[in-house]
Ligand binder design. Structure first.
Ligand SMILES: [Zn+2]
Ligand SMILES: [Zn+2]
Length: 142
């Protein structure tokens, strides 16, 4: 079954598109949908908002706008599922899969590791350290 894709990045906790590989021969698009509050099931969990209504993107927690249930950022993200559409840089296989949204340290950088279903090569979707303001990395704020 094809993966459901977001119509807008606003539906996502995380969304990124990357080229992969030394010659940028690979590609990955990764997205994580926002989910309903595990407590009240009504609100959609998101970064808390300030008094002026703007989202606090650097917040270290997620909050339910309905019942104000709060979960630490990392703990919450690890319960989520990342959807990945990729072109493997090693074997050019086009695939899609879902993986737990758990990042691991790869050479000192947090990365989501995805394994190619065909050749089993690992693809690391690292957090972007540069151009933090680009829309691709809007949720990669820390
Ligand atoms: Zn709630
Ligand atoms: Zn491969």
């Amino acid at each position: 079954m094809p993966l459901q894709k977001p119509e807008s990045v606003d539906e996502c906790v995380y969304f990124t598109q990357r080229t992969l590989g030394d010659r940028q021969q690979g590609y990955a698009m990764v997205w994580v949908f926002r989910q309903h509050c595990p407590k009240c099931k009504k609100g959609i969990m998101g970064k808390p908002r300030g008094k002026d209504g703007s989202v606090k993107v650097r917040a270290k927690e997620y909050e339910c706008p309905e019942c104000h249930y709060i979960v630490p950022k990392q703990e919450y993200e690890e319960t989520l599922t990342a959807s990945v559409e990729y072109t493997c840089p090693a074997c050019s296989f086009n695939g899609e899969k879902q993986v737990p949204f758990k990042r691991k340290k790869v050479e000192g950088v947090d990365a989501l590791r995805v394994q190619c279903d065909k050749c089993k090569a690992g693809m690391d979707i690292t957090k972007k350290m540069k151009d933090r303001k680009s829309k691709e990395s809007f949720s990669e704020d820390d």
